[in-house]
Ligand binder design. Structure first.
Ligand SMILES: [Zn+2]
Length: 263
């Protein structure tokens, strides 16, 4: 948890008259004492979990959908906390982020992103991988002088991915692709945990791709992320027509990331 988030918790505790210490973002003994009085937190939870759960309660009281009050900091909590901060700073909720034209289609029947669904549909992480040829070269985001013309992905996404790249080339042309940095590639297959959590990232199955991570950083919203700009609308439509999900377009974070799994 960040200091700013702990301050939010302290603010909340103060508003409930459970805490009279400083709003300093340091979870010391006074804060801990106050946390023990918060209902309905599980008294068995450790301090961090209580802090997170209290933050979740704060979101819930502000009518922000935070899911279960479980003290676990997953993507939904992250999303809710961002919405809470926006609401507290602006005095009103964030306008609902629903770009009118996300096509809710799923022609390839991508599964939803739970680990068991993904294992069933795509095989275990590291299995069923194939190499595809790209119709235009991609530059590696961490070493832009290196270009690749092939990438490794799950065989179930092969056809879809190939047609997406073809379509992008047809729609934008090479020059525009370079100008918009649609060719800056941040990776596909990679067995790893999600950056904010403990479950496996969809990259582990070779069904997610990242583009231009430097300009579409994990925590950046549409006000900052490059791929939220209108000139990328067609890019996203191409992916969405194939049922791929942009976390940026649907959740307003991780704008670099697109995946063949529903959330
Ligand atoms: Zn990603």
């Amino acid at each position: 948890m960040t200091k700013a988030e702990i301050k939010l918790v302290q603010q909340y505790l103060k508003s409930k008259k459970l805490y009279s210490g400083k709003i300093d973002g340091i979870a010391g003994s006074k804060t801990e004492m106050a946390l023990s009085k918060v209902k309905p937190l599980n008294s068995e939870w450790n301090k961090t979990r209580k802090l997170i759960a209290t933050l979740q309660l704060y979101c819930k009281e502000n009518k922000i959908d935070v899911g279960k009050i479980d003290g676990l900091y997953g993507p939904q909590t992250k999303y809710a906390v961002d919405a809470l901060i926006f609401k507290l700073e602006n005095g009103k909720p964030e306008p609902v982020w629903r770009p009118d034209e996300i096509e809710e289609v799923n022609p390839n029947k991508w599964p939803s992103q739970s680990e068991s669904n993904l294992n069933k549909y795509f095989g275990k992480p590291g299995e069923n991988l194939v190499i595809i040829d790209l119709p235009y070269p991609l530059k590696l985001s961490w070493d832009k002088k290196t270009t690749v013309t092939k990438l490794k992905c799950n065989k179930k996404v092969k056809d879809s991915l190939e047609s997406i790249f073809e379509e992008v080339l047809k729609t934008y042309g090479l020059k525009k692709i370079e100008e918009l940095e649609l060719d800056v590639f941040g990776g596909c297959f990679n067995i790893r945990k999600k950056r904010n959590g403990t479950s496996l990232s969809t990259h582990s199955w070779g069904i997610a791709l990242d583009f231009n991570p430097d300009k579409n950083q994990l925590k950046w919203g549409r006000d900052k992320a490059q791929f939220a700009k209108p000139e990328y609308e067609k890019w996203w439509k191409i992916w969405e027509k194939e049922g791929w999900v942009s976390l940026g377009r649907s959740r307003n974070f991780d704008w670099m990331h697109v995946q063949a799994a529903k959330i």
